[in-house]
Design a protein around this ligand. Sequence first.
Ligand SMILES: *Cc1c(COP(=O)(O)O)cnc(C)c1O
Length: 361
Amino acid sequence: MITVTSPLLPDFEEFTALAREIWSSRRLTNQGEFHKRFEEALCRYLDVPYISIFTNGTIPLLASLKALEITGEVITTPYSFVATSHALKWCGLTPVFADADPRTGNLDPQSVERLISDKTTAILPVHVYGNPCDTEAIKRIAEHHGLKVIYDAAHAFGVRRSGRSILSEGDLSTLSFHATKVFNTLEGGAVVCPTAAMKHKLDNLKNFGIRGELCVEEVGINGKMDELRAAFGLLNLRCVDAAIAARKERSELYRRLLGNASRVAFTERDTATEHNYSHFPVLFSDREERDRVYGLLLDHGYHARRYFYPLITDSAPYDTCRGADATPNARHISDRVLCLPLYHDLQLKDIEKICTLINNC
Ligand SMILES: *Cc1c(COP(=O)(O)O)cnc(C)c1O
């Protein structure tokens, strides 16, 4: 079975050499040497001022909401992985759902503006498939209404627009280094932040809110990344440029082979952006056709995924939230989308087979 993604792995011998160092140091976690080196390497690679690494990509959302002291209602998107909305609920916040741009799946700024109430304090958009949101429009709305912006950038590792990291947009951006993402540390994640003071706050929040040996400053959580995974991340960072280049080559092959098949359309991607090719989504004319192709590919050993389907607002915790019943564009894209297998060492002949199956279906 060919799965929709497959993890990027560093050289095993290099990893065991670093593991041996960790064994002899006996320093396994609590922001040790590899934690520090990995944060520095990430800042350089991503070209961002400060980063705080975490044990997964969900705790960074919780910690960001706490760090910015968000209260009341937060406007977010139904077109995402459910962790985005879960983070709001876990912080006791009220998610309000705006619609998506039908061409990209990203949050539609105009739809956001219509939902702002006197309880709204923040916007939580997602850079869907690593394609940047309309950050300028979101910034204008946020400034006009005095709202904070946290970007769920779980898909957007390394993405740049007009030469600048997309992770510098908004008040904070969160990353996931889960095994299924473009860059992984098995499980892991991070918050990208603009100042040393904010990094300090996040470092404290992910360590139970403890300062020094005797002082508990605030209600923190355990969100720390251990030394083994930080070492793994340091090594994988050396491989990620080649992996992104391989993803690009595979995406371009898909586009060439599917380009003339009138039954698929592509989501729009910003042309000023250096993409990371995190997914290869295609759009069919309706849900029945999409599901038929999904089943056909599965019958031939290709497990494509319907990302994101169903909408977050179709699940029980969210179906009665404000805005949940009025996102027709998000529903339209969700009903038609299929993400085809895409990863750095996917065989080109498998892409050819997948495209032949789709074109002849
Ligand atoms: C993967 C993902 C997350 C959660 O990250 P984990 O590392 O799995 O906790 C959050 N938001 C989006 C959009 C994701 O794709």
